[in-house]
Design a protein around this ligand. Structure first.
Ligand code: BES
Ligand code: ZN
Ligand code: ZN
Length: 480
């Protein structure tokens, strides 16, 4: 993360201040502004302006009004968006440190404001020659101590840092982030944050007969990896692990069923975004030391049409022993995920959640506004994950896994095929995955949300880090 966040016991005379204020109560003004400035602020509040900018002798003061219309989730989101919107002003006036004060009578939304600001200030500059020139001016956000709970700030910092790592990983091109490099990055994050990582290389993947991963990797000149992440604190609430599975296709050309080169391949470095979500979630929970046993499983490879590439018509034997007729080599995500989902059985998981940029039809169905999900969990878990989705504004839409969709995957020569019919592509992909599960499980298709062509407020263009904040909120409130 390129923004430092700290809690400040006090502020000095010349610190630039950002004051969250009500539109009706001006008691706080005595402490900070003159009478004429107060009248000016009052008039602006009446006129419904979003904020007032006051240059004083040795500092700037920004008075931010937060409007309070909409559902609770929308109010929190509007606050994050306001936090992002103010960045343009801070940048214009070359403010590099800002101190946030809360002078609202009610309103515990300061953390969301901070979140919008810090996440919106993210930039991926690694490959520019003149990085310094492109850097954001804002370097430090301080929050007045009396406005927040220090422990809550620490949790928020953990999720924001982890979200930014997930963004970085998605933004890295294949020229850097091969499957092996990805494993190195995961090991590095594990060491830095306290989770354990085991990396299986090609030989071990062969020994385990992970036929899905090996088939997808056949056209590549770089070997696959299979990564096991483990956060197992001694005070874990759950006896059996929660397992997060992430699609780690470091580049998806479609394989021999090549994607059309115009546009559709441009963003395919992001096809490991599900894996980035899993890495991000493990970083966030280990930084925050959440008392839950969580594992991550990440199969990683690129999907290429090299000379030995698997071909449409091939029949492959999966890690589970089931056979799959491959009818489209571009439906590769489900093949590598299936091996990981079957492998998860050996840990007797309490719950498995998989994240994947799995289908274009998920992106078409709901656009960048939501994550599509499906699965078989009970005990109010779907309601809980939905609540987390609303809280962090990574909203969820459920799709059905009716048995009839299973018929779409029937093959003439194998146990199932990797391609459904011409409709319901997102659901048949989920149905394919279901075949390899025998535990409580949810599948999240993040194809629409993981990568943006245009920035959407505090979600930058390219990698968004979607799913990290969602999983953190869910796991923070988790009770088995
Ligand atoms: N990685 C793609 C899905 C995708 C598409 C993600 C667009 C993000 C944006 C996936 O591997 C894929 O190619 N899916 C195919 C499946 C089809 C061949 C059954 C799709 O959705 O078209
Ligand atoms: Zn594909
Ligand atoms: Zn893919």
């Amino acid at each position: 993360m390129n923004t430092k966040v700290s809690v400040a016991k006090s502020f000095k005379q010349n610190d630039h201040l950002l004051i969250l204020a009500d539109v009706k109560n001006f008691e706080w003004t005595k402490e900070l502004v003159s009478d004429s400035e107060k009248s000016f602020i009052k008039k602006a509040a009446k006129d419904d302006v979003p904020y007032v900018f006051l240059p004083q002798i040795n500092r700037y003061i920004i008075v931010q009004f937060l409007h309070k219309k909409g559902s609770p989730a929308e109010l929190l989101e509007d606050t994050r968006v306001a936090g992002n919107d103010i960045l343009a002003l801070l940048s214009h006036y070359k403010i590099n440190t800002i101190t946030i004060l809360n002078r609202q009578k009610k309103g515990n939304n300061i953390l969301e404001y901070l979140e919008g600001m810090a996440l919106g200030n993210y930039k991926f500059l690694k490959y520019f020659k003149d990085k310094k020139e492109k850097e954001s001016c804002l370097k430090t956000i301080r929050i007045e101590a009396k406005a927040v709970d220090v422990a809550e700030v620490a949790l928020l910092k953990a999720t924001m840092e982890a979200t930014c790592v997930a963004r970085d990983l998605v933004n890295e091109p294949l020229s850097y982030l091969s499957a092996e490099k990805f494993s190195e990055e995961i090991v590095k994050q594990g060491k830095a944050n306290g989770f354990k990582t085991t990396v299986f290389r090609k030989k071990k993947i062969e020994t385990l007969k992970m036929g899905g991963i090996l088939a997808v990797n056949k056209g590549s000149s770089q070997p696959p990896t299979f990564n096991i992440l483990d956060w197992h604190p001694s005070n874990a609430k759950n006896k059996k692990p929660i397992i997060l599975v992430g699609k780690g296709v470091v580049y998806d050309t479609g394989g021999l069923s090549l994607k059309p080169t115009a546009n559709s391949m441009d963003s395919m470095k992001s096809d490991m975004a599900g894996a980035a979500t899993v890495v991000g979630a493990l970083i966030a929970i280990s930084k925050a030391k959440l008392p839950v046993h969580v594992m991550g499983l990440i199969p990683a490879t690129d999907n290429r049409p090299g000379k030995d590439a698997y071909v449409p018509g091939d029949v492959i034997r999966m890690h589970s022993g089931s056979t799959v007729e491959v009818l489209n080599t571009d439906a590769e995500g489900r093949l590598i995920l299936a091996d990981a989902l079957h492998y998860a059985k050996k840990f007797d998981p309490e719950l498995v959640l998989d994240f994947a940029t799995l289908t274009g039809s998920a992106a078409k169905a709901v656009g960048p506004e939501a994550i599509c999900f499906m699965g078989n969990v009970k005990n109010g878990l779907k309601e809980k994950i939905n609540r987390s989705g609303d809280a962090v504004y990574e909203r969820l839409v459920e799709f059905p896994l009716w048995r009839e969709y299973g018929d779409y995957l029937k093959s003439n020569i194998a146990d199932l095929k990797n391609l459904g019919g011409s409709s319901a592509g997102m659901i048949t992909a989920g149905k394919f995955l279901e075949h390899f599960t025998d535990y409580p499980w949810l599948h999240f298709d993040i194809a629409g949300t993981a990568y943006l062509k245009q920035a959407n407020s505090y979600r930058p263009k390219e990698g968004t880090g979607v799913g990290v904040r969602l999983l953190f909120d869910f796991l923070k409130n988790y009770n088995s």
